[in-house]
Ligand binder design. Structure first.
Ligand code: MN
Length: 192
């Protein structure tokens, strides 16, 4: 049985980047529904005793969709902290970004470009390949680069429910503000 994650901040803790209303619907309703649907589908599937990451890797159809969305949202919500003036990557992730993209601004540009151009519902991910290379990818619907053996590090939810109450059609503004609430310590903790 999966459980709805507890957020490490209050519903209004990400304001003004993401409103309390969005958090309350997105975490309390959307994510809760994925968790409920997953728990309803798991019994007798042969996957019910596996950790969530393994369920995502081994499932298809409705179980994959709901397990994928549960994992994706867990990683999304847990990577945030209250917005601060100076919020730039530190430590391991900072050196990986500098090595591969030259500097943080170049990386941000590429990640932003993938996020603004993703068609339909889905996610943009920064993940680490088995050869320890960073990879930015557009993933449709419930997909996660973990299914290709990558380690997911950072993600932006591009489903409209993630930003519509706060930004309506202004997706670019949501993406631009997203950087203000990233907890880079959490991203570093995801690098094995
Ligand atoms: Mn979502």
């Amino acid at each position: 049985m999966e459980k709805l994650i507890t957020l490490p901040y209050p519903d209004n803790g990400l304001e003004p980047v993401i409103s309390a209303q969005t958090i309350s619907f997105h975490h309390g309703k959307h994510l809760q529904t994925y968790v409920n649907n997953l728990n309803n589908a798991l019994p007798n599937s042969g996957l019910e005793n596996l950790p969530l990451t393994e369920i995502v890797k081994q499932s298809t159809g409705a179980i994959f969709n709901n397990a994928g969305q549960t994992l994706n949202h867990n990683l999304y919500f847990l990577q945030f902290k209250s917005p601060t003036e100076n919020n730039s990557p530190q430590g391991k992730i900072a050196s990986l970004i500098d090595t591969q993209y030259g500097n943080f601004d170049q990386f941000k540009k590429q990640f932003t470009q993938q996020s603004t151009t993703l068609f339909g519902s889905g996610w943009v991910w920064l993940s680490l390949t088995k050869d320890n290379k960073l990879e930015i990818s557009q993933e449709p619907n419930a997909q996660n680069p973990i299914t290709r053996g990558n380690t997911p590090l950072l993600t932006i939810d591009i489903w409209e429910h993630a930003y519509y109450l706060d930004y309506q059609n202004k997706r670019a503004e949501y993406i631009n503000n997203f950087w203000k609430i990233i907890n880079w310590d959490v991203i570093n903790s995801r690098i094995a």
